[in-house]
Design a protein around this ligand. Structure first.
Ligand code: AP5
Ligand code: MG
Length: 223
């Protein structure tokens, strides 16, 4: 194995609830690279009740995808910021082949290297247990689980003390739609990135720290 140098580019792939956000936050701190989450960016617009937020709030609540143009623009503008030149971790983008092609154009226009695509693999029955028990902090974005990753004080964020909440789209009905959208639109990205030889699959059934170790090793070393 050959050690790689910065910049580190990483796309996290996986179904809703597979642990992308959890891992992206840890890896972002570990490598000191920005965590670019289109889901977090959209939820922040909704919380601010901005024009964009009002436009997309029903789409997120229904578990459908927002338009490609909208998320392409969010990612292009975030990756163009100077801190992303030393690396970035993408969470929730790209979500379909058109977005993957657009990402390729964005990265080449910025002269960034081809990223590694890390797929967190998890069976569907586990996804549901993870999503239905998730607790999120609306202030700092920390992610917990009622059972698997419980906060030290019930319903309070360990990091900033804010009351934890359930995401609006974390209902059994919406999760069904999100999984079906994932199967149709996002799962084809696995073959897309496999063809480029940059797909790394990680077993999502492991403990959070073990998954982090797998991702870290994959990013530090070329295979
Ligand atoms: P987004 O926010 O991206 O949601 P998602 O892909 O559905 O994924 P989640 O955030 O639900 O899950 P996750 O994989 O991050 O898991 P987490 O780490 O939280 O998108 C939301 C919506 O925004 C979309 O539906 C769409 O409308 C819109 N959108 C976003 N991007 C878009 C795009 N590119 N194009 C168009 N529309 C877009 O973990 C889940 C739970 O499991 C937590 O409770 C956690 O504590 C727990 N957990 C994590 N790891 C482990 C472990 N190893 N063991 C036990 N528990 C664990
Ligand atoms: Mg997430």
């Amino acid at each position: 194995m050959k050690k790689i140098v910065q910049p580190i580019g990483c796309i996290l792939l996986g179904a809703p609830g597979s642990g992308k956000g959890t891992q992206a936050k840890i890896i972002s701190n570990l490598f000191r690279i920005p965590h670019v989450s289109t889901g977090d960016a959209l939820r922040s617009e909704i919380a601010k009740k901005s024009q964009l937020g009002l436009k997309v709030s029903k789409v997120l609540a229904a578990g459908e995808l927002v338009s490609d143009e909208l998320v392409d623009a969010i990612v292009a503008s975030r990756l163009a910021q100077s801190d992303a030149a030393s690396g970035y971790i993408l969470d929730g983008y790209p979500r379909n082949i058109a977005q993957a092609n657009e990402l390729g154009r964005i990265l080449s226009s910025l002269n960034y290297p081809v990223p590694a695509a890390v797929y967190i693999e998890l069976p569907e029955n586990e996804l549901l247990r993870r999503i239905l028990g998730r607790l999120s902090c609306s202030k700092c974005g920390s992610i917990f689980h009622q059972v698997f990753n419980a906060p030290k004080t019930s319903m309070i964020c360990d990091n900033c003390g804010t009351a934890l909440m359930q995401r609006k789209d974390d209902t059994e009905q919406t999760v069904k739609t999100r999984l079906s959208v994932y199967r149709q639109e996002t799962a084809p990205l696995l073959s897309f990135y496999k063809q480029s030889g940059r797909l790394i699959t990680v077993n999502g059934l492991q403990a959070i720290s073990e998954i982090t170790r797998n991702i870290e090793t994959a990013l530090r070393f070329e295979r």
